[in-house]
Design a protein around this ligand. Structure first.
Ligand SMILES: Cc1cc2nc3c(=O)[nH]c(=O)nc-3n(C[C@H](O)[C@H](O)[C@H](O)COP(=O)(O)O)c2cc1C
Length: 323
């Protein structure tokens, strides 16, 4: 067991956060993560209507009595999402933990989180963003290094430097990630001063992840060399799994293609088709370098227990070795 300010503040058994994943962190997956002792985060951006989103929040509550969070997406999106509608639902439904990710958090939303007494987590990739949201009242800051799956931002800082730099710069507790896939990663990130870890890529290869079995098998076969960065030319750098869609995107970028052409390849609807039907080249799959440490498809509970016990073992070994 690892008890930290993060486990205390969020009321979770393990200092493990399941990262928001578009189309993937559905009510069922979120509840499974929370039931396994981590914190599941529902991706509000999956829902196109206020009622659909409200029903999803209810569904999480039907499936778990454990703490969960909801993500409000602040990245540019191909759909127009009015985050104010989502926040109305969070307030109505008395959701206790909210995560924002993406470009700097708008003050009006953050004031509403605070007024409603929510615990507000902001996810970012650098010290200056962390300091900004701390000043705005964020209760917890999550930072993910350049190894991570999904948006990597512009700073290109690896987890080993980013996490301690943020820890020494803010007073609020920090969740760290980017490449964490096992107990070694958990212990390393805690040693850097974070009080919890965030996992995205690793939990794709779990029994409960709502993606096609063929994708899970492909991730188990993949190595740490099987990711690439795309969309830098449109200021939306993402680390993704190398497949035909990712290569096509890189090719279009190299040719200086129109934005519309690039967006056609990276459209979320292609990714959704890939997740549902198992067509491995249909769309973009965000994927971090930690995929090289992903060797099997356990249940979430097995994975979290394995991570915790491995970290405990290494910690005891290191303590004994420190003379
Ligand atoms: C398939 C996938 C989809 C993701 N989608 C989102 C998203 O919609 N919003 C978000 O804030 N982060 C997203 N992320 C990032 C994760 O929430 C998390 O920060 C990241 O995966 C942690 O790094 P790791 O992949 O090295 O574990 C996604 C990651 C993956 C792998």
């Amino acid at each position: 067991m690892f008890k930290t300010r993060i486990t205390e503040m969020l009321g979770i058994r393990h200092p493990i956060i399941g990262g928001t994943m578009m189309w993937i962190t559905t009510p069922e997956f979120v509840a499974a993560i929370s039931n396994a002792g981590g914190l599941g985060i529902l991706a509000s951006a999956i829902y196109e209507t206020r009622d659909g989103f409200a029903a999803a929040v209810d569904r999480v509550r039907e499936l778990t009595d454990q703490p969960f969070a909801v993500n409000i997406n602040l990245f540019p999106s191909m759909r127009v999402i009015d985050n104010r509608d989502y926040v109305d639902v969070l307030v109505e439904k008395k959701v206790k933990i909210v995560e924002t990710s993406g470009h700097s958090a708008p003050e009006d939303l953050c004031e509403r989180f605070k007024k409603a007494g929510m615990t507000w987590i902001h996810k970012c990739v650098g010290v200056r963003y962390a300091l900004k949201v701390e000043e705005m009242g964020a209760d917890i800051v999550t930072v993910v290094g350049y190894e991570n799956g999904g948006a990597t931002g512009r700073l290109d800082l690896g987890t080993l430097v980013l996490v301690p730099r943020v820890v020494e710069s803010v007073k609020v507790p920090v969740i760290g990630g980017g490449g964490v896939s096992d107990g070694r990663g958990l212990l390393a990130v805690l040693a850097l001063g974070a009080e919890g870890v965030i996992l995205g890529t690793r939990i794709l290869a779990t029994r409960e992840a709502p993606i096609h079995e063929k994708i899970k098998q492909a991730l188990v076969r993949a190595s740490e060399l099987d990711t690439m960065l795309i969309m830098r030319s449109i200021h939306a750098t993402h680390r993704v799994w190398i497949n035909e869609a990712a290569k096509k995107c890189a090719e279009l970028e190299a040719q200086g293609a129109e934005l519309g052409e690039i967006l056609k390849v990276v459209a979320g609807t292609n990714a959704k088709r890939m997740y549902d039907e198992g067509d491995l080249d249909a769309g973009i799959l965000s994927c971090g370098q930690g995929v090289g440490l992903t060797h099997d498809i356990p249940s979430l509970q097995e994975l979290f227990e394995r991570i915790i016990s491995e970290a405990g073992r290494i910690s005891r070994k290191l303590t004994a070795a420190a003379v």
